[in-house]
Design a protein around this ligand. Structure first.
Ligand code: HGY
Ligand code: MN
Ligand code: MN
Length: 424
């Protein structure tokens, strides 16, 4: 480091203001939806690139649309400098909150701006990634962006289509992104793990634990594994008025039973959760017995074995319900992501900063998925959680954080960066 001045500027308000400004790029009126590669998404991407440049970073956009800003190492360190990476996603769920993902981009960019303004360089390259896709909203597959960076992109996903029938391959070809969706370009966008010190992610907690304990910040121990499925139940369309109740093959009634099975099985173990967040009767009519019902299933647990056992039971249960009712059920496994433990050596460096400030080095697991999960397949990771207001609500427009908590998180992040010690 070339100077020892403390760059503790009022960053909290800047971060909140920028989150509000970024939320104006939306696919919907009156709320925030930012699906992968829509016009709003491209505008958000350009805005992030502009803020990174203004903060003093060199910016590149990779083949999947990640915006990556580099705050170059102190030149005195020489050519051997490695990269400490941070970042999170800028896509959102439908009608989501403005901090989910975005906080983990805006906060480190604001921190870099402050370091740069104070003339403080770091003894390593510091990169901030705005991940282009994490939520899985458009192509029903999450972690597209981090899977490219981590060298784990599955080319079969290029054939996956959105709700309008546009495939990922077509969307990338029309995007103007480098490589136009070519597999070689997507593979070449992977980062060399040997170049990394590790990956750290700042994220709003998205739950009530920190709020409940009266704590502004927490250090994540592990990220729960998750599996998503699409279930298609095939029944028989027939007349709602003339078909006796005993002679029906009602796909929606069968799906209802399946949804209750998910709720009942996932209620048996405290760390296990299961959600059916999408449920449709395609081409349904009020006077026709549903021929088809399609629903999503999201099953998560802190331990992979607990999740897998629940999945085995639920899959068997769905087949049994379908058989008993004389229907078909096809279950497609969309995204399985195993549990990702955080690295103790990185967690301890966040913990040390918190303690030095007289704060509790509180540790908690994450039930939500994060880009850090995919990055953990290639490097050590850690996460800093920021308290979520409004009872801890997230994936909801009511999601919120305070200016003071954003400020404190930025200060803790500055201390973390300035005292960062690479793994021995
Ligand atoms: O669904 C999740 O856990 C995350 O918000 N992507
Ligand atoms: Mn989310
Ligand atoms: Mn998120």
């Amino acid at each position: 480091m070339t100077r020892s001045a403390s760059p503790l500027l009022p960053l909290g308000q800047t971060i909140l203001d920028q989150a509000a400004a970024l939320a104006r790029f939306s696919d919907m009126e009156g709320g925030l939806t930012c699906a992968y590669l829509t016009p709003a998404h491209r505008a958000a991407q350009a805005q992030l690139a502009a803020w990174m440049e203004a903060a003093g970073m060199q910016v590149r956009i990779d083949a999947i649309g990640n915006v990556i800003g580099r705050y170059a190492a102190d030149p005195a360190v020489g050519d051997g400098a490695r990269v400490l990476m941070t970042g999170s996603h800028f896509d959102t769920v439908r009608n989501g909150g403005r901090y989910d993902g975005r906080l983990g981009i805006l906060l480190p960019v604001a921190v870099v701006g402050a370091l740069n303004a104070a003339g403080i360089r770091l003894p390593y390259h510091f990169e901030v990634v705005g991940f282009a896709e994490e939520e899985g909203l458009r192509f029903k597959t999450s972690f597209l962006a981090s899977s490219v960076l981590a060298g784990r992109f599955d080319p079969a996903l290029l054939d996956r289509a959105d709700a309008d029938g546009v495939t990922l391959r077509e969307a990338l070809a029309a995007s103007g992104l480098p490589g136009a969706g070519g597999v070689d370009a997507l593979r070449a966008a992977a980062v060399d793990p040997a170049s990394l010190h590790g990956f750290v992610e700042v994220h709003i907690e998205q739950g009530p634990v920190l709020l409940h304990h009266g704590l502004p910040l927490g250090v994540v121990t592990q990220i729960a594994g998750s599996s998503r499925f699409q279930v298609r139940v095939e029944g028989l369309a027939s007349h709602a008025g003339t078909t006796p109740m005993t002679l029906r093959k009602d796909a929606a009634a069968a799906a209802a039973e399946m949804v209750l099975l998910v709720e009942q099985r996932c209620g048996q173990v405290p760390t296990l959760v299961g959600t059916v967040g999408q449920l449709q009767v395609p081409n349904g009519s009020s006077n026709v017995i549903p021929a088809e019902c399609v629903f999503s299933m999201d099953i998560r647990a802190g331990e992979d074995s607990i999740r897998e056992a629940a999945i085995a039971d639920i899959v068997a249960g769905i087949q049994a319900i379908a058989e008993r009712r004389g229907l078909g059920a096809a279950i497609e496994r969309v995204t399985p992501v195993n549990n990702a433990p955080c690295a103790r050596w990185l967690m301890d460096q966040f913990g040390a900063v918190l303690k030095k400030r007289g704060l509790d080095a509180f540790e908690l697991p994450s039930g939500a998925g994060h880009d850090a999960m995919m990055m953990q397949r290639m490097t050590d990771v850690a996460m800093l959680f920021v308290r979520c207001g409004n009872g801890g609500i997230s994936h909801n427009p009511l999601e919120t954080i305070t200016t003071d908590d954003a400020q404190l998180a930025a200060e803790v992040f500055v201390d973390f960066l300035r005292h960062f010690q690479p793994r021995a």
